[in-house]
Design a protein around this ligand. Structure first.
Ligand SMILES: [Zn+2]
Length: 461
């Protein structure tokens, strides 16, 4: 059995920044490191090329009646900039107190190694464990996984025979309150550009004869919400999944106060749709946000111009069972209807992602026919986390988006058990990223029990 903490240090020393071609060698090193480690604990390792960064597939095979888990992770990390804000260099890992500092410590090298170490220890203890395990580790998560859907499609035949996916690339609020994420929001992004005259105009010579495109854009944008904070686009909420009582009950146990949250945000008041607390709104409702708006003169002093163009960058977070395709079409139709006819406009598609939801077993709305192996994984996770972390996990949908989880569901038909192992103070994507080593140790114990529980109790029907 390898030492997980020194392995994590070695892993971090490979600067695997997927966004920057200058880090090719670091990507290579991180990939070889984790592939080598999986090989040493007995896995058959394959490095699968993609148009950009390869995916590692490592398998422990067995008879078809053994349950089959895919463990997902990613070996790439965010850029370390701004470098001067790190206490110690980002790619020279250091333990201070009960934390290990370094880029990727929490996202995702630490949580990934937690599962690798758990598997190593479990197989050492039970070499005959009746469980098939596939590690699926990509190198493009931090740049939006562009190659991943294609990879899944190319290997769907074999991967879709698995029973479920286990991963830790989500968060929990505290060390003693682990969250199992049961839903993620989807995304639709686009740019809207409004054009008035063919060129910028003198407001004295031409003012009063045409609609300013900034005005047209502002009127249009203002029409997209109503006074209660709901998105004012016909049909927008039609497919939104009902919120179940148990979901509200789980969220209430999260123990945050709305007043603290308001003060944290620094806002005078919430602008939240009726019937939802702010915490519910970020998880259970879709949104429409203006991420950027511009046009006209932005420099020092004044300029009496009627600009030719104005633009807005707009994004929606979607919830189950909305689809980006339908929402994009509804938005474009509404914008076309409402845009004043004395300007022209252009919509430019940006990326999108599907929302995702999974219902843990024994809940009022657990879908009939849920895979017995998935159900056994949830039950094993509940028991393991309760025992190891000292408190039952919370089952929550999240406001954020991890599009690959929906891709895995769409392409492979597999659900995911997402055990949140990073904490708010881990500084993901920021300077002084770190991973709590107590969480790592407990996470290993929990992962080991989950996998053993699935092996023993998850016989395929
Ligand atoms: Zn991640």
């Amino acid at each position: 059995m390898f030492d997980p903490i020194s392995a994590l240090k070695d892993f971090i020393r490979h600067p695997s920044v997927s966004a920057d071609p200058a880090f090719r060698e670091g990507m290579h090193g991180a990939r070889d490191f984790i592939a080598g480690l999986l090989g040493r604990i007995g896995f058959a390792v394959e490095i699968v090329p993609t148009p950009l960064h390869p995916v590692i597939l490592a398998e422990r095979t067995g008879p078809a009646e053994w349950p089959h888990v895919i463990i997902y992770g990613h070996y790439d990390v965010q850029p370390a900039d701004p470098l001067n804000l790190w206490t110690t260099p980002a790619f020279l890992p250091e333990v201070r107190g009960d934390r290990l500092y370094g880029r990727g410590a929490a996202d995702n090298k630490g949580p990934l190694l937690t599962h690798v170490a758990a598997v190593a220890r479990l197989l050492e203890r039970r070499p005959d464990l009746p469980l098939r395990i596939t590690f699926m580790i990509e190198g493009e998560e931090e740049i939006g996984s562009p190659s991943f859907p294609g990879f899944l499609a190319a290997h769907a035949e074999r991967l879709r025979k698995a029973d479920f996916v286990l991963l830790s690339d989500t968060g929990s609020p505290r060390e003693d309150q682990i969250v199992i994420t049961c839903g993620l929001r989807g995304l639709v992004l686009f740019d809207l550009e409004v054009t008035g005259a063919r060129t910028d105009l003198h407001s004295g010579l031409h003012g009063g004869v045409l609609r300013n495109p900034i005005q047209a854009l502002a009127e249009l944008c203002a029409s997209l919400h109503d006074a209660d904070g709901r998105v004012n686009v016909p049909g927008f909420y039609d497919d939104v999944l009902d919120v179940h009582a148990w979901e509200r009950e789980q969220l209430a146990r999260f123990g945050q106060s709305a007043e603290e949250y308001r003060a944290f945000l620094g806002i005078p008041a919430f602008y939240t749709a009726k019937g939802f607390t702010p915490f519910e709104a970020t998880r259970f409702l879709p949104t429409l946000e203006f991420n950027g708006i511009g046009g006209g003169y932005q420099g020092e002093g004044t300029k009496t111009v009627i600009p030719s163009k104005a633009f807005a960058k707009i994004s929606c977070r979607l919830v189950a069972n909305q689809t980006p395709e339908k929402i994009r079409a509804l938005l474009y139709e509404t914008i076309a209807q409402r845009m004043p006819k004395d300007v022209t406009f252009r919509l430019v598609d940006q990326h999108s992602g599907q929302p995702y939801v999974v219902v843990p077993p024994d809940r009022s709305n657990t879908p009939a026919g849920q895979s017995p192996v998935l159900a056994s994984a949830f039950r094993a996770a509940d028991a393991a986390i309760t025992e190891v972390f000292g408190r039952a996990p919370l089952y929550l949908r999240e406001g954020g988006s991890v599009p690959i989880i929906a891709d895995i569901k769409r392409v492979l038909g597999l659900d995911s058990v997402m055990m949140g192992l990073f904490l708010p103070e881990d500084n993901l994507h920021a300077p002084d990223e770190s991973f709590n080593l107590n969480v790592m140790r407990k996470g290993m114990a929990a992962s080991e029990r989950i996998l053993e529980g699935v092996a023993v109790g998850g016989r395929r029907s």
